[in-house]
Design a protein around this ligand. Sequence first.
Ligand SMILES: Cc1cc2nc3c(=O)[nH]c(=O)nc-3n(C[C@H](O)[C@H](O)[C@H](O)COP(=O)(O)OP(=O)(O)OC[C@H]3O[C@@H](n4cnc5c(N)ncnc54)[C@H](O)[C@@H]3O)c2cc1C
Length: 369
Amino acid sequence: MTDAADVLILGGGVIGLTTAWFAAEAGARVTLVDQGDLGQQASWAGAGILAPADLAHARTPYERLHAQSIALYPDLSQKLREQTGIDNGYRVCGGLELFLDSGETSSDEWRGEGVACREYKRDELHRLYPYLAPSVERALFLPGMAQVRNPRHLQALKAACAALGVRAITHCPVQRLIRSGNRIEAVETSQGRLTAERYLVAAGAWSEALLQPLGFRPGIRPIRGQIALLNLGASAAWPLLLRGKRYLVPRGDGRILVGSTEEDAGFVPQTTASSIADLLTFATSLVSELARAEVERCWAGLRPGSPDGKPFLGVVPGVDNLFVAAGHFRAGLQLSPATALLMKELLLGEKPTIALDDFRLDRPTLPPA
Ligand SMILES: Cc1cc2nc3c(=O)[nH]c(=O)nc-3n(C[C@H](O)[C@H](O)[C@H](O)COP(=O)(O)OP(=O)(O)OC[C@H]3O[C@@H](n4cnc5c(N)ncnc54)[C@H](O)[C@@H]3O)c2cc1C
């Protein structure tokens, strides 16, 4: 198999697809290769929560990556709709961080990050949100909390890439990268060799296996998350409800996502009875009305976990034409616009707009928890 791409992207999740779109828009000839279909793994399985952020208050490169992504979402969503006719479901729906008793402390993190928020005490909270269980004592309202519908977003990205001539090769696992000195000269796939000027590893939880033979063990590993999709039948114009690492995401059409677990279960994307039961108990304990909702579907996805929770972004040290964008853990949808912008800049030889030192592949990281 021959290929004349400027850029070959290994992995067609939200990170690979968004980067392919940006690079193709900038004029690059892009090929995307995936071991399955595009946009079917973690990016499809995620809840699409986009936590608010304020660029003016962003202090660290990670906060800038987050804030820049959030700032890009509205225009990016509109552009996708104009280019493809697909509405990705982006909307600012607000969120409530819930606390069950007055002893629970709300973090001041949001205020420190310049994010608008307002505390509701018990009486006001239950007057405004009468469906919340009496056990909810107070809440922090985050008006800027937003969401995107992952499958629609991915459909739109695929269509936008196709319209710009991005070549997609699916059901074609990349087996290894072939290095010659300080360059990658080809990748070996199940369908033969593919070549390009520059390569990007964006293979999510599977990225470690592609990087290891080159001498890198960043510690990217699959962290399973399960979700139950409920259907109330009638639209629920609720804000997102958040409690610790679990949440309810009302989609606005009667569907409500209940997520999620965090499990170190290897590459096994299956749901389990106990985790789904826990999620359903969690949901009905916050909103008793959900007990009558239909359980429409349950699924699991493999987040690309990294030892310190931050992604690995940038050039692979010692290999001039190989880049990585992987390990986005719980925030890959949220961080995808700015990640793709950075990757487009690197792949096209432009100066990156965010300092990349914190995201280096060879940074000292904490041992896995
Ligand atoms: C239950 C759950 C809830 C989540 N909720 C949120 C949320 O609310 N907000 C948020 O921002 N993020 C959320 N996330 C995290 C987010 O989904 C991920 O961080 C993000 O999808 C990672 O995108 P990716 O493109 O790196 O990986 P993936 O979407 O997994 O894509 C990687 C791609 O690489 C391909 N691939 C792998 N190996 C090879 C190979 N050897 N050759 C060719 N192709 C290969 C795979 O087939 C796949 O298509 C959630 C995740 C889960 C599972």
